[in-house]
Design a protein around this ligand. Sequence first.
Ligand code: BYC
Ligand code: FE
Ligand code: FE
Length: 472
Amino acid sequence: MAIDYSQRIPNNVDLSGDRRLQRALENWQPRFLDWWKDMGPDGTVNFDVYLRTAISADANGWANFGYVKMPDYRWGIFLAGQDPNRVIAFGDNKGKPAWQEVPGELRSTLRRLIVTQGDTEPASVEQQRQLGKTAPSLYDLRNLFQVNVEEGRHLWAMVYLLHAYFGRDGREEAEAMLERHSGDPDKPRILGAFNEKTPDWLSFFMFTYFTDRDGKYQLASLAESGFDPLSRSCRFMLIEEAHHMFVGESGVGRIVQRTCELMKQHKTDDVRALGAIDLATIQKYLNFHFSVSLDLFGQEASTNAANYYTQGVKGRYLETRLEDDHLLTNATYDIDTAEDGRIIRKTVPALAALNERLRQDYIEDCSRGLVRWNRTIEQAGIDFELRLPHRAFNRRIGAFADLHVSPDGKVLSESEWKAGEGKWLPTVEDRTYVTALMGPAIVELGKYANWIAPPSRGINNQPGDFEYVRFN
Ligand code: BYC
Ligand code: FE
Ligand code: FE
């Protein structure tokens, strides 16, 4: 499906056929651009960046690369193609035609989910605002900006739904998206992880590996929604999301690789003396970002999640490929939860356990990258294994929020936790070290910071010394 780029707002939703909506969004557009200039990548308005832009909403529409100044990026409204025969796949409305309008009784539920989803997108851009100044290479700088513009577009995707389907409330919510800010004490972003800082590139790569992957799982669940415009928006967003996780996985992988090279070459674990990041510190950052991202799945036992499902608003991961009744009224699911200060396994109604089930799918997906990182360590002949901490470790949301739990799943007393915390999570010293390691951005063609290996290939088959960003 072709995207109309002749419009002020590129789109494949025939926006010019709805003047009112078009005007409303054209009104929001300059406010978005103001936000981008104030809160987006700092000091970059004149950079020419070698970016990928979608020219159509199918898989082939992606291979379109060229230099763009980020404020001129053609943010727009792209939905995956419509299946006119699509039916709702689960819940009480299973088998009925997918909704093309918002059912009145689901209005506030849908609005809330769309607002929560939309809020994370500009939040991540705000979190990453200063990273350009310490980029380890032009290649990495370009990838950061690609992620940033696409997160900006994800905001557009949700703002379109709010404007098109939620009337005045929707327009107000769209404004509020630009008024809440990551880490703002008065008007913070909605979900915890999006108020944390992303002050260095190890954090950035961990964030894109773990937190963008929450995006993948949440978007996939919303892609099952009976509300068809939401489903189609999320399907298109998922194509963009794959790149973000690639940036994370390859970024962490390249840091691990460089660390291992130095360990081997100098026969030492103390790579800090050599200006790199030791494996123990990488593990601590991993522990932090994984646990903070687990919180994004909500409570282990959630009536909200049960209602979303029964109402046909939010499904399971790959719902249509699962083989069961898609009602789950009589089904059960085993979850880990906390009772009387202990971690126990418990059988609960499957409907209540949907957040936990999605978290389980997510954890399994997360572990795949670790296999690859660990292969690098093993091939270097180093006796060390990166591990995902226990799901109860360092949680703020859900059944484990009141417990202290070690990475290997042991419930701890307050003093045991205090004694171990600095071994498991980045300390102030660790953060100071990593931040200081990120020197000024490396801008020579084909050069990389000492603490990260070069990528195995360039973007769009470009050579390693390609000029991915021109500063002007
Ligand atoms: N922080 O019944 P529960 C992405 C609240 S990332 C603060 O479990 P529910 C991206 C909850 O609101 C994907 N509060 O809630 C990545 C509820 O409040 P009320 C983002 C939290 O609704 C990188 C109460 O606790 N998308 O795209 O089933 C870069 C009870 O909890 C948190 C979505 O999240 C938290 N972490 O589950 C860029 C999808 N967790 O009702 C982008 C939309 C829970 O008591 N959101 N609470 O006032 C949802 O599906 C759900 O809102 C959640 C929470 C899964 C987040
Ligand atoms: Fe996103
Ligand atoms: Fe993303």
